[in-house]
Design a protein. Sequence first.
Length: 273
Amino acid sequence: MDLFSCLSPFVFCSFASGSSGNCYYVGRQEEGILVDVGISAKQVKMKLLQQDLTLNSIKAILVTHDHIDHVSGLEVLEKEHPIPIYAHSDCLQGLVEGKATKNLDPSLFHEIDPLQPFNLMSIAIEAYPVMHDGRGAVGYHFNYEGHTLTIATDIGMLDKVVKEQILRSENIVIEANYDSEMLEKGKYPYHLKQRISGPFGHLSNEEMARFIVSAYHPGMKNIMLCHLSENNNTPQRTMQCLHEQFRKRRVRPDVNTTIFPLPRHKSTGFVYL
């Protein structure tokens, strides 16, 4: 990471990433936005405290979709400290009907339209549709004073819209959910394997790696690999797959490009965008 990246006013922090819970912080060092609350409210407060933040620092919560590993802590967190919730209308309806979220206060809900930019905290935000079987599933693109970030998680396939959003950004959070061999040989039932590898499931290491290498340019500052499966992937396999594609395509990442998998439970600390 170069010196100028460290001076960026725009930061990202992963609190948790994976099928056991997802939660990200996006904003400035003193205040920001949460993307998903798939961990407990207690964990969120602890992770915030590690960055010298509190719930008062969180001005909004963006939800990608209604699956439990993205919303499990939302209800308790909102009871302790009401924060506006932004999501696709289908996702909001999913929250109303969800067992873990049915008691949320609908007055906190704000409906967003895909590909229609809106602003929070001087951050330009654009949700975009993704192929996933969660209700109202979207990814998010952020632009703060020219510093850009795209979060592309829980995507069954890299369609044109997703690719375009990623190509807009200097900083990328992209799913690398499963290793194909591990999934195929693993203990999951056939129908679950089909769901994960299908067009409305998750993105494999191989799919992620082929796209990232084909799209790579030295202007990419941070490439962060998210939502790694606990049972069907490892950080080592993910990175090995990506580096194999770089070698195969004879592409050498720039020294100022940082590439790393997001940890399942640990916080990354601030990543300067």
